[in-house]
Design a protein. Structure first.
Length: 235
């Protein structure tokens, strides 16, 4: 499994190319069994693209979770439970960052071609909620409303592709601990600077991640509240 910085949010292609090149760590020892009422779904027990996603500041004992797959449901941090289908997310590859500056025919996905050029070649992905490996609901984690807080939304509901708030790109800023900042395309386009997934200092169970401006120190490191990592949730 490639690092999350390039693999964090990936499908089979992302899983082999990476959400981010975040750098995935060891897989969880527990499994996510098939849902009794959905015997035909892949199931996260065998789906190599199902991940538990956690923040460096909160630690691996708290992961992204959604109570259901309904549009508008907030995505929160919850105590990690390998048997909980609420915590099953899959990375879906949408394409690669391109830039008119680099001679490409299209500007994808940022509205500013200079930002495209900065991240050119990196993967653009969706974070799909896939309880028990079920992909039928087609809902994705994004920043759709006030406070830039993360909630589930349908693909493309934010208008033009360039401004979709549920598209993400993994920053290529190398972090000492192998994690990665995760850029939200829509808010970055709207604000004009790099906007990444963030939690409040000390946030743990029940906290709702939000999007805010990327911060770095003199060594190019971002604060732990803006660092993310994904771990496969299969044995």
């Amino acid at each position: 499994m490639l690092s999350v910085r390039r693999t964090l949010f990936a499908t089979a292609g992302l899983a082999t190319a990476g959400l981010l090149a975040m750098g995935t760590s060891a897989a969880s020892a527990s499994t996510h069994p098939h849902h009794a009422q959905r015997p035909n779904t892949i199931g996260c027990a065998v789906n190599i693209n199902c991940f538990d996603i956690y923040n460096a500041q909160a630690g691996p004992n708290f992961v992204l979770s959604s109570a259901n797959s309904l549009v508008g449901t907030q995505v929160k941090l919850a105590s990690r439970n390998p048997q909980s289908s609420h915590q099953d997310f899959t990375y879906v590859l949408e394409g690669l960052v391109q830039s008119t500056i680099g001679g490409d025919s299209s500007n994808f996905p940022f509205a500013d071609p200079n930002v495209d050029f900065q991240y050119q070649g990196q993967q653009v992905f969706l974070v799909q909620h896939t309880p028990n490996g079920n992909t039928g609901k087609q809902v994705y984690a994004g920043a759709p409303g006030p406070g830039n807080k993360i909630a589930l939304a349908k693909k493309g509901v934010f208008g033009s592709q360039a401004f979709q708030n549920n598209l993400w790109v993994a920053s290529d800023l190398p972090q000492f601990n192998g994690t990665v900042p995760v850029i939200n395309v829509g808010w970055t386009n709207t604000k004009g600077d790099t906007q990444v997934l963030t939690i409040k200092q000390g946030a743990t169970n029940g906290a709702v991640p939000f999007v805010s401006a990327l911060r770095t120190d003199a060594l190019g490191q971002v604060p732990p509240v803006q660092q993310w990592q994904g771990e496969p949730n299969y044995p």
